[in-house]
Ligand binder design. Structure first.
Ligand code: NAD
Ligand code: IPM
Ligand code: MN
Length: 365
């Protein structure tokens, strides 16, 4: 098969982790007889530096021309980087949000799975880590607070800032359908997370999700308030299968879920529309504090590449080969620094490049 990939390395650790994911993809393609080509384009802070804007028409066109997009991460230190002196629409994050919208990537799949090999890195109670967990956060990605009107104006002598949270029935329905469809291929359980005790948008969310559920009698549905969900993720993570939620809640809950897998450096993601096209990126950011130091964990990006093979190309065996290689490396005791905060002596600590090498070497054909 021929795989035509557009890459957006981005800022901070982005270029470092994308390089390792390409290394692993190259190895998979070599072993399984596929031809892969990459086109690198700029987005985020590096695009601001080169072109004055975080997202150009050329980058959008290159993404649309590809079968799939593999991304690193964008952005800088939001307190110190000059990018954050620009007006909000010209900052790095506006590039990512603009691309998600331009490609209609409304479904963001963020699987949080505790590798048994990483039990000791899980900060939860020992019993919970022993039980393990395997959940999929299905985050709505092109609506809600991120895309509503926002403005700041002076009222009665003081500044008043407004952000609006808007959801249409159609936007809720299409993500709910994705969640029920994917639940059928997993453990057939959807927990929909909202704040229906306060927000109108959440009450509409619940109503539409209930309607969609009628077409999926084989899938169970329950509703959970988002504050309770944040608590249950720590108390009882194995009770979650598919977690369906809106944009902002999904952003926050997925960072929380990532940490109980051992590190934010473990959580991959796929951003999909209704075609086979997708954008694949780790759930974490550009980690400016460790950029350029060979400290980044590339596994979230490497696992995002596996999701790309699975979702955009139907290459399940090849995706399995990547996931198995990651498992092997962890089993053999190799860790990036983020994965062994408490027990550095028990493991062989490696940098980003070495971790990429180790995983690529273990791809079996
Ligand atoms: P972050 O995810 O970049 O970093 C949070 C913490 O996690 C840092 O201590 C960092 O070193 C650590 N970390 C993150 N990824 C890691 C990895 N792969 N290996 C080891 N450690 C890792 O979040 P932040 O500091 O809040 O944001 C930094 C910048 O990233 C901001 O500009 C933000 O807007 C941007 N951001 C971008 C994306 C994206 O591109 N999708 C996602 C989140 C944040
Ligand atoms: C993510 C990031 C983005 C988001 C930012 C960078 C706009 O945090 O992909 O999780 O909030 O969606
Ligand atoms: Mn986030």
């Amino acid at each position: 098969m021929k795989l035509n990939i557009t890459c957006i390395p981005g800022d901070g650790i982005g270029p470092e982790i994308v390089k390792e994911a390409k290394k692993v993809l190259d190895k998979v393609c070599e072993k399984y007889g596929h031809e892969i080509s990459y086109k690198d384009v700029l987005m985020g802070g590096c695009s601001i530096d080169a072109y004055g804007v975080p997202l150009t028409e050329e980058t959008i066109a290159a993404a649309k021309a590809a079968d799939a997009v593999l991304m690193g991460s964008i952005g800088g230190d939001t307190s110190t980087s000059p990018w954050y002196k620009l007006e909000p629409a010209k900052r790095p994050e506006a590039g990512l949000l603009g691309l998600r919208k331009a490609l209609n990537l409304f479904a963001n799949l963020r699987p949080a799975y505790l590798y048994p090999e990483l039990k000791e890195a899980c900060p939860l109670k020992k019993e919970e880590a022993e039980k393990g967990f395997d959940m999929l956060i299905m985050r709505e990605l092109t609506g809600g607070l991120y895309f509503g009107d926002r403005y700041t104006k002076e009222v009665d002598g003081e500044l008043v800032a407004t952000d609006t949270l808007v959801y249409k029935e159609s936007e809720i329905r299409r993500i709910a359908i994705k969640a029920f469809e994917v639940a059928r291929k997993r453990r057939s359980s959807v927990i929909s997370v909202d704040k229906a005790n306060v927000l109108d948008s959440s009450r509409l969310w619940r109503k539409v999700v209930e309607e969609v559920k009628k077409d999926y009698p084989d899938v169970s549905l329950s509703h959970m308030l988002v504050d309770n969900c944040a608590m249950q993720l720590v108390k009882n993570p194995s009770s979650f299968d598919v977690v369906l939620t809106e944009n902002m809640f999904g952003d926050i809950l997925s960072d929380e879920a990532s940490m109980i897998t051992g590190s934010i450096g473990m959580l991959p993601s796929a951003s999909l529309n209704d075609s086979s096209f997708g954008l694949y990126e780790p759930s974490h950011g550009s980690a400016p504090d460790i950029a350029g130091k060979d400290l980044a964990n590339p596994i979230a990006t490497i696992l995002s590449a596996a999701m790309m093979l699975r979702y955009s190309f139907n290459l399940d065996k090849e995706a399995d080969a990547i996931e198995e290689a990651v498992k092997k490396v962890l089993k053999e005791g190799y860790r990036t620094k983020d994965l062994c905060l408490n027990d550095e002596d028990a493991f062989e600590i490696v940098g980003c490049v070495k971790m990429g090498d180790l995983i690529a070497e273990r791809i079996s054909g």
